[in-house]
Structure formats: C-alpha cells, structure tokens
Design a protein around this ligand. Structure first.
Ligand code: TYC
Length: 95
C-alpha cells in the first residue's frame, strides 16, 4: 500500500520553449526577447541567439506546461508587434 502510493508520485511533465531561426529577425531583437522573457543576462542571451542562428533552433528555458505556453504567447505577440517573423514553440521534455 505504502509502496504503491510512493510509486504513483511522478514529477510533472516539463516543457522546453524552443526558438526557431529565420532569415529576417534582427539578432539584437532576439537577444532582447530572450533577456526580457527568459530572464537571461546579455551574455547568456547572446549565446542562445547564436546557437539558434547556427543550428536552426535552441532552448530558451524549461517550465511547467502553462508557463511555457504563456512564454510562447508573449514572444509571438512581441515579435508580431515589431513586425518580425520570429517563431517559438513549446515541447515536452523527455528524461
Ligand atoms: N538569423 C537571423 C539573422 O541573421 C538572427 C536570428 C537568430 C533570427 C535567432 C531568429 O531565433 C532567431 N538576422
């Protein structure tokens, strides 16, 4: 009984916010967005942006489902407002 209850407790599924490269969004804008919405400092944000630029995509952060979805919404809203095609998605992290 005790064992069964212990086994039932699983950590919550976490979601990574993955940002995608494109040919038009300015690098400075991407760095700014990563700093503003993912709490990174200038150096960390610049490294993530360069990784996306070179590899095609990169992880900006890992969150619960709702927080990750909200981050995606905020990024897309900000990019849209500024007229940039920047895209990002939330995807489950598997351990
Ligand atoms: N590739 C873009 C450029 O050369 C920069 C960029 C980086 C765009 C990361 C999107 O998620 C991105 N201006």
């Amino acid at each position: 009984m005790l064992e069964r209850r212990t086994q039932k407790i699983k950590p919550p599924q976490m979601f990574q916010v993955v940002m995608l490269n494109d040919d038009y969004t300015p690098m400075e804008f991407v760095v700014h967005v990563i700093q503003e919405f993912f709490g990174k400092d200038l150096e960390a944000a610049t490294q993530i942006m360069l990784k996306i630029h070179l590899d095609g995509k990169g992880v900006c952060g890992v969150y619960s489902r709702d927080v990750a979805a909200t981050k995606v919404d905020r990024v897309l809203e900000s990019a849209n407002k500024a007229g940039h095609p920047l895209k990002c998605v939330s995807e489950p992290v598997d351990f």
